[in-house]
Design a protein around this ligand. Sequence first.
Ligand SMILES: *Cc1c(COP(=O)(O)O)cnc(C)c1O
Ligand code: SF4
Length: 364
Amino acid sequence: MTNDLNTQLKATTENWAKDLAKGLTSVNQLAQQQIINTQQTADLNKIKSHLDIRIPNAFINEIKNNNEVLAKQFVPSAKELIFLPEELEDPIGDEIWSPVEGITHRYPDRVLLKPTYMCAAYCRFCFRRYKVSHSEYNLKEESYQKAVEYIKSNNKISEVILTGGDPLTLTDKVLNKILLDLREIEHVKILRFHTRVPSLLPLRITPQLIKILKETNKSIWVVTHINHADEFKPETKKALALFIDNGIPVLLQSVLLKGVNSTSADLINLLKLAVENRVKPYYLHYPDLAKGTKHFRIPLAEAISLVKSLRGKISGLCIPHFILDIPGGKGKIEINPHSAKQVSVGLWQFESPLDGSIVQIKYE
Ligand SMILES: *Cc1c(COP(=O)(O)O)cnc(C)c1O
Ligand code: SF4
């Protein structure tokens, strides 16, 4: 695969831009395609969600054929207008930790760099929905320079996480410029891309893109966001393999979503399929308290037992960390559903994942 990169290059230029343009972006288009009925059309015409509509071309046919796990993720609903008091515009405190525009710096050794708030499609549960899809928040040249300057002047930063929005919706030219700028910064060793493009716009993963990524002298990691086995289409598998065959490791992050992947069977299918495709499950997120996303959350207690039920059933390779981002910018924590309990000094209690039996062992 690596050897014939140059041959592949010729075949693939810019098909992805055409595919992106075929996405559905308005209530009218959804009505025309009979994805929403008259009542939904009327409801959605009355309200204006904070997040734009974009349904990826890759999923239009399945959504028309009533694929509910894809529809729920991308078709807007009037439920997005129900706000709970505990829901926040900026649930994980991106802004509290933003020293300059486009950067979130919450942990000493790594920053988020958000050059764009555009995505290949818009997920209705998006935790960054107050900025995502609004082009006025995209980093302008001057702010971008300041963001790069910030990274340059802080030598504790060893990892830059490109996110947004989706950094892989940027053109090769723009991406290449960013990568060249970061390449100059010696203390930055790792570049991580958070992207949903392998699922939503797999044609975007071209040999040209791989070439640009490989030209940096940094360690490159891709964390892809996929929530359901139905998103692993042949094109997606191919896109993931293009990274991996070229030495770029790919991890999976998913959001635990009611009606999408909130059953044991759905989660197991997703996680096993990821590992079969050499993608290591990294994080499973409990949905953040973003405004208008109540209909995507199952109770936390239920989520914990669901995650608990995975251990012992499927390979350890398949098991992600279950993550909750404490509202208000207090940071990510792992919720371990199997946590050890100390019942008295030096006496520890565990629950077997195999038969649920309680075992007490002395560990001095
Ligand atoms: C999620 C996040 C990271 C990355 O966290 P990891 O645990 O390293 O994956 C970094 N910075 C911010 C602000 C984040 O929200
Ligand atoms: S791809 Fe990520 S950033 Fe974009 S809408 Fe979906 S969840 Fe939000």
